[in-house]
Write a protein that binds this ligand. Structure first.
Ligand code: SF4
Length: 328
């Protein structure tokens, strides 16, 4: 591992300044992804700015929303009574991620900023435009069974790996950010970006910007929710594909509102707005779910090894919606 400086500020502004004024510096919190990347030489920051002393761990039940501090641990959030009651979809997605040990270390802010698990990104002997712009994409003509079916470019076909992010995009969350130019809010759907010609850039954050919290607005999705994750092991594996589903049903089992998002299919958590709209006013039946799944998959395109996702996608959407509808 490269040598690096390590600082541990207690003031938020000092942490922001330390990263904003040094292009080789980066924030570290739980370190569950960054330390791996540093060990492998994928990321080589010259300075680590440890933010664990900043007061960003609170979960506040504000009127109309939950505000979850960026340093709240994944396990703490998943177990929080307010989260489980007001945003059960978020709790389900968090518990589907990683392992119990990792959830006890990983923070909410770090979870949404984790890097892709494309194996070529982690192998410094292979070409990868995300790790080293201009070197090519090893996955395009290589082993691409884990890769994207939506929103990719000819520069990168990687997928975003977070389960939590899939729930947060479905729930219309907002990310609170503090940076050299002050504070701003970013709709969760705009935090992550598609690769385009700059796959090295995962998010819309500016240099030195620190995520301080995520706001999750209250809504009617407190009962009929499900997070369906398909993976190769029952635990401690990234999603081949996942679906966050939430339904608001009337007394006749008709759909008043729906939320749907997919993971493991794009460079960002993939919200399925057209499919959501197609569900509104329909009965909560398998036929309605099948129609919505067909709409959701429009425009999907597979590579040599991931054509299975074209079938797994709609099947998982239908299963997630059926389970959500049947939750008593
Ligand atoms: Fe790199 Fe993206 Fe290609 Fe993977 S898919 S090798 S991360 S450029």
């Amino acid at each position: 591992m490269n040598q690096f400086q390590y600082v541990r500020p207690t003031k938020q502004q000092a942490a922001i300044d330390a990263v904003a004024k040094d292009a080789t510096a980066t924030f570290i919190a739980g370190g569950t992804n960054l330390v791996d990347l540093m060990k492998r030489g994928v990321m080589t920051p010259q300075k680590l700015v440890d933010i664990n002393r900043l007061p960003l761990t609170r979960i506040d039940a504000d009127p109309g929303k939950l505000r979850i501090g960026a340093l709240a641990l994944n396990s703490t959030v998943a177990d929080d009574k307010q989260v489980r009651e007001r945003q059960p979809l978020l709790a389900l997605a968090l518990n589907a991620g990683a392992s119990a040990q990792l959830r006890n270390m990983a923070t909410v802010g770090g979870n949404m900023l984790q890097r892709t698990r494309c194996s070529y990104f982690y192998d410094t002997t292979m070409p990868c435009n995300k790790r080293e712009p201009g070197t090519g994409c090893g996955a395009l003509e290589g082993i691409n069974r884990m890769h994207a079916i939506f929103g990719f470019s000819d520069k990168c076909i990687a997928v975003h790996p977070s389960d939590m992010s899939v729930a947060l995009v479905a729930l219309d969350a907002t990310v609170q950010v503090s940076g050299p130019k002050g504070n701003r809010s970013i709709p969760f759907a705009e935090l992550h970006r598609l690769p385009g010609d700059m796959p090295q850039k995962d998010t819309t954050l500016e240099p030195g910007e620190l995520i301080t919290a995520v706001d999750v607005p209250d809504g009617p999705f407190t009962k009929h929710v499900h997070y369906q994750k398909v993976r190769e092991r029952a635990s401690y594996a990234f999603a081949l594909l996942s679906v966050a589903a939430a339904l608001d049903l009337d007394s006749n089992n008709n759909i008043k509102a729906a939320r749907l998002a997919m993971g493991g299919v794009a460079h960002k958590p993939w919200r399925l707005t057209a499919a959501e709209q197609a569900l509104v006013g329909k009965p909560a039946t398998e036929e309605s779910f099948r129609q919505a799944a067909a709409i959701a998959m429009q425009g999907a395109k597979a590579f040599q090894h991931n054509a299975y996702k074209l079938k797994l996608g709609p099947n998982t959407i239908i299963q997630a919606l059926k389970t959500a509808a049947s939750v008593a």
